[in-house]
Design a protein around this ligand. Structure first.
Ligand code: UGA
Length: 441
């Protein structure tokens, strides 16, 4: 099948590469010419395990192409995917500018029947808006061409995106007619193997499903962080509690890891956008507000412990920081807890030596030369002369470090672990002062 994808960001690129890999012809369109030039040269602008190989291989085979010419994009695919960003607007609601601009472009340039597939995360009612924009653009051209607008939210996780696309838990499609539904089912058939994972529903429900999924996952995290905060105060161990409740299959083990709060480009913005949508419809979404408030506070939790330990005297202290990305296996630092931790430490006049296995480039472009902050090239050199180590992102490589070396490098053997990756008993045996989340020091 012929597929056009508008937006060669994270979602668009993964979607394009995976559709091409199962034999479709895919044309990725982006208005950023420099990005398209780089992609044509085989350079991937984002870090995602497996994506480079997939893009290179499918480009070589001629199934995956890139262009900045939107007319070429509109002419190419029966399926016109919209995978552009929906950043938060000033009031927290999703900014639909880019989505609607693509709708206008399609309406201004289409000459035959198209299926417009909304993959961007968009508020309920967006498919109707897209449809109106198409209709009015066609009207201006004095044309009446048939089209369908479909909602097909994505559930990819950064770092696991290829596997998530190739073996999805589900494919949600919001569609209002049986013929288009069957075309979408055929398009997704290669990814719908062991049992039927194709869930078709009305368009508004599909749009809301995406927000509900992210909000539910964010709720699990904030809930667990709240339990961790209670556990600390009553002298219980949240890691034991996690095992105790996760073993109940109704609760499950995933997304109940306490830590420094959720970050990334999705949960924070989607929880906020859903809250705005419900507000606009006259409903006060109190659970969502609480989820956000708990998450906000949680990002400060480890700094509070650092300040308490050093009796609010951070001036002249140096803190080694491991982990800048918002989670492992990505270089993405959007809404990363590390940014809050860093800002708090620097504004308390501490010096910070920070290291991340892949996000150093990203960190450099965010911070440049920042007074008090050293962005260093190895985990060891972050420790040099530091008074304590703080772990912010749970990269695998931090899980089993050379503890003797850590002790030698730090001026005092103190670890503040924001992800509970070490065993407190082992830390005690090794002679560390060890603080973590939801466990007594
Ligand atoms: C999330 C969803 O998991 C995807 O299904 C969705 O498609 C995507 O948002 C999106 O809307 O595009 P992602 O943002 O890549 O994916 O990251 P997650 O792996 O879900 O992690 C989100 C945050 O939650 C991270 O900061 C992580 O550290 C935190 N987290 C996760 C916890 O603090 N505890 C946990 O138990 C799990």
């Amino acid at each position: 099948m012929k597929i056009t994808i508008f937006g060669s960001g994270y979602v668009g690129l993964v979607t394009g590469a995976c559709f091409a890999d199962v034999g479709n012809e895919v044309l990725c369109v982006d208005t950023d010419e420099k990005k398209i030039d780089r992609l044509k040269e085989g350079e991937i602008p984002i870090y995602e395990p497996g994506l480079q190989e997939l893009v290179t291989d499918n480009s070589r085979k001629g199934r995956l192409r890139f262009t900045s010419d939107s007319a070429e994009g509109v002419a190419f695919g029966l399926f016109q995917f919209i995978a552009v960003g929906t950043p938060p607007g000033e009031d927290g609601s999703a900014d639909l500018r880019h989505v609607l601009a693509v709708a206008d472009t399609i309406g201004q340039k289409m000459d035959d029947y198209k299926i417009i597939v909304d993959k961007s995360t968009v508020p309920v009612g967006t498919a109707e808006l897209v449809s109106k924009r198409l209709l009015s653009a066609l009207g201006e051209r004095g044309l009446s061409i048939d089209y369908d607008v479909v909602s097909n939210p994505e559930f990819l996780k950064e770092g696991d995106a290829i596997a998530d696309f190739m073996k999805p838990d589900r494919v949600v499609v919001g569609v209002d007619n049986p013929r288009t539904k069957e075309l979408l089912r055929t398009l997704y058939a290669p990814f719908n193997r062991s049992h039927d994972r194709f869930i078709a529903m009305d368009i508004r429900s599909a749009e809301l499903t995406k927000y509900a999924a992210n909000a539910m996952l964010a709720t699990k995290i904030s809930f667990m962080n709240e339990i961790a905060n209670i556990a600390e105060r009553v002298g219980a161990d949240v890691e034991a509690i996690r095992l105790g409740i996760g073993s109940d299959s109704r609760i499950g083990f995933s997304f109940i890891y306490p830590g420094l709060g959720y970050g990334g480009s999705c949960f924070p913005k989607d929880v906020q956008a859903l809250e705005r949508t419900s507000h606009q419809h006259g409903y006060d979404a109190r659970i969502l507000q609480a989820v956000e408030a708990v998450n906000y506070e949680q990002k400060f939790s480890i700094v509070k412990k650092i300040k308490q330990h050093f009796k609010n005297e951070l001036s002249g202290k140096t803190i080694a920081l491991w982990g800048l990305a918002f989670k492992p296996n990505t270089d993405d630092m959007r809404e990363a807890p590390s940014r809050r931790v860093l800002e708090e430490l620097l504004s308390s006049e501490a010096k910070v030596r920070a290291y991340d296995p892949v996000a150093m480039g990203e960190a450099r472009s965010i911070y440049g030369k920042r007074e008090g902050l050293a962005l260093v090239e190895t985990s060891e050199s972050a420790l040099r002369g530091a008074d304590a180590l703080v772990i912010v992102t749970e990269w695998m490589v931090f899980r089993s470090p050379d503890f003797e070396m850590i002790k030698q490098e730090l001026s005092t053997p103190i670890i503040f672990d924001g992800r509970n990756i070490y065993d407190p008993d082992l830390m005690e045996q090794l002679g560390f002062i060890y603080y973590s989340i939801g466990r007594m020091p």
